[in-house]
Design a protein around this ligand. Structure first.
Ligand SMILES: [Zn+2]
Ligand SMILES: [Zn+2]
Length: 648
């Protein structure tokens, strides 16, 4: 007898189906269009293959390329196609891991030698052949033992065995096969996948590079191939265009070309930035801007030492939990560490006084340089370094003050980020795992109170956010803010985190209006996050063309002839006196050459002066990115420049 089940669709409608119905059946029933676009099904919140039978009443959504989860399945399936192509062309290649990324995917292979561009072209061609064959993706399961046997004997691959051995509790492992019988290509995988290889429309190999097995430089170097896949040619082309743009904006390259900073991995240590004068100038401007804004908003600034005894980190708990990331030093036989974070130092400063509730909130800030161990394999320009400066602050306050303090932090975040042209944010709220309170510091009621103030502030700002249970650190809930740059890429910057651990460990207190001692709330917050990282992000955001207020050189005055040097000098002097960063180019070079050079350096304004301009007290203005702006009176230019810098 047939059993009937109720399927609830995203529009809220409920339809009756026979038990055992699949996502594909449902898609077909809804429309021909959806059947064509379907990639996977989401059954009661879990993404599964379109062929997976549904036996009980369920809520079902059919995922297409428009859904992030649909795209993930699409790209994940593409990695399998790529891996099949690689092993068909290079039978000795051992596929290891191949996850989808945001807008591309990769797969790491153990191969005797790196792939050449010709190899990559051949792999792309082969992958397109596999797509044309429209091989079905079929799922099957093996017991742990069978799975190990499969990778020991049938398709020897010790990487896959290692993965299985890492999860002794997993009793069955799922596999996917593309194609039939002996010719089928099999990979161990959780899935899900598109129904068949032909579902992938635009497949493209992007590049290859070396990558260590599991990111550990002590392991074997594998070859990673990146690719991407889209539904339409236009989408693929837009992606390739974005990559090209990103390449042009790469902060490591621009850092070199614009003479901002350098790294000296070989002879001075990897992961430590050297700031040249132009880069240091930008840094100073970025820091001062935030410093001033914080002063206006009632922050006080402190300075804490760079080397701290192990004792302090034993009290704070970092000795126990964070020691592997800290650099030890020895002083008179005692254990010290180079400071990996500022918090315990700020707590020490707070604790030198007995605070009354009237003294709170205390908003204690420091541009504190910290050092943390990072594997050399993950270092990346200014984005991932071993020494960086946090725009750190710790807020100590009463419960009554929480809402306005958190709101104040978010107002500051928004104000600062808008100044740099970031108007779109991705916000994540991380809270405790409600089913397991065993390893969290503080009481559930405090966590709730903290979350309430975070959510209140997010609502007041009208910021959409996603909530992640179990993602918070053990010491408190937090909000992370990613800014979206000019190319639509998100970058992690600001954070605001509660801490229920340190106030307890250090026994912090204040005297309340009731005359009793209470524990203050403690909040960590950073707006830029790391100054190094933030400037790396800014370089990519602006493509190196800093806005006038931030440009290391704001104006270049370039002479056409020596005869106007006096006039040029007086223009430079007046700009200098008005507080602008200005440079005189009176070299004996052709004006076209001078303009090209300063344009390459992305200087916002070049003022060209010749006889005509000198006689009339004028300048010929060239604006970066906009070209020739015509000849105007110098006084007029100066007024406009002042206005521009003040209003941005
Ligand atoms: Zn897979
Ligand atoms: Zn902190």
């Amino acid at each position: 007898m047939n059993k009937w089940i109720n399927i609830t669709l995203p529009d809220g409608s409920v339809r009756e189906f026979e038990a055992g119905v699949t996502g594909m059946d449902i898609a077909k029933r809804i429309s021909k269009k959806l059947k064509k676009a379907a990639i996977a099904a989401k059954v009661n919140g879990v993404v599964v293959d379109l062929s997976r039978p549904i036996e009980q009443d369920a809520t079902v959504e059919i995922l297409t390329f428009d859904d992030p989860e649909g795209r993930e399945v699409y790209r994940h399936s593409s990695t399998h196609i790529m891996a099949q192509a690689v092993t068909e062309l290079f039978p000795e290649a051992k596929p290891t891991l191949g996850p989808p990324l945001d807008d591309m995917f990769y797969y790491d292979f153990d191969v005797p030698k790196p792939f050449t561009p010709e190899d990559l072209a051949a792999i792309e061609k082969r992958a397109n052949h596999i797509i044309k064959q429209n091989l079905e993706f079929k799922r099957f399961e093996l017991s742990r033992e069978e799975a190990l046997k499969f990778y020991h004997e049938r398709v020897p691959n010790h990487y896959k065995c290692e993965i299985i051995e890492d999860y002794p509790e997993e009793e069955t492992w799922s596999f996917y096969q593309q194609g039939d019988g002996e010719n089928g290509w099999v990979d161990m995988c959780r899935g899900p996948h598109v129904p068949s290889t032909g579902r992938i429309k635009q497949f493209k190999i992007l590049k290859a590079s070396g990558a260590y097995w599991r990111g550990n430089e002590n392991n074997k170097m594998l070859q990673r191939i990146y690719g991407t896949a889209y539904e339409s040619k236009e989408q693929l082309e837009a992606h390739l265009h974005r990559l090209e743009e990103a390449e042009k904006r790469d902060h490591r390259r621009l850092g070199r070309e614009l003479d901002l900073f350098s790294f000296h991995s070989e002879d001075a240590g990897a992961g430590f930035a050297y700031w040249h004068h132009k880069g240091a100038l930008i840094r100073e401007l970025v820091e001062n801007f935030l410093k001033e804004e914080q002063r206006k908003r009632g922050y006080i600034f402190v300075v804490s030492p760079h080397v701290v005894s192990a004792e302090l980190y034993k009290t704070s708990g970092h000795y126990e939990f964070f020691r592997d990331n800290m650099y030890p030093v020895e002083i008179e036989g005692e254990e010290y560490f180079i400071k990996p974070m500022n918090c315990p130092c700020h707590v020490k400063i707070f604790d030198t006084k007995l605070h009354s509730y009237r003294d709170l909130p205390v908003r204690m800030a420091e541009f504190g340089t910290v050092y943390r161990y990072e594997k050399s394999g993950v270092l990346h320009g200014l984005l991932r370094v071993r020494g960086f400066t946090q725009d750190d602050a710790h807020i100590f306050c009463t419960e009554d003050q929480l809402d306005s303090e958190i709101r104040g932090v978010m107002d500051l975040m928004e104000f600062i980020m808008q100044k740099f042209g970031f108007h779109e944010y991705k916000v994540e709220l991380s809270v405790a795992d409600p089913n397991d309170w065993s390893h969290y510091a503080g009481e559930p009621a405090e966590w709730e109170r903290a979350e309430h103030s975070l959510v209140q502030a997010l609502r007041a700002k009208n910021w959409e956010y996603t909530r992640h249970e179990g993602e918070a650190a053990f010491y408190g809930p937090k909000i992370d803010l990613k800014v979206v740059d000019a190319l639509g890429r998100p970058w992690q910057c600001s954070t605001v985190q509660f801490d229920f651990n340190l106030p307890r460990r250090f026994g912090l207190k204040y005297i309340g209006s009731d005359g009793e001692a209470h524990m203050p709330y403690m909040v960590h917050r950073a707006i830029y996050g790391s100054v190094e990282r933030f400037i790396g992000v800014l370089i990519e955001q602006y493509g190196g063309a800093f806005p006038t207020w931030l440009a290391p050189t704001q104006v270049v005055v370039a002479t056409i002839t020596d005869a106007v040097n006096d006039y040029a000098q007086s223009v430079v002097q007046q700009l200098h006196d008005a507080g602008f960063r200005v440079h005189l180019d009176d070299r004996n070079e052709k004006i076209g050459y001078k303009i090209r050079e300063h344009t390459t350096q992305k200087v916002p304004y070049i003022l060209v002066v010749g006889h005509k301009e000198a006689e009339a007290g004028q300048v010929a203005v060239r604006k970066y990115g906009a070209g020739d702006q015509g000849v105007i009176a110098f006084t007029e230019f100066l007024a406009a420049l002042n206005a521009e810098v003040e209003t941005v």
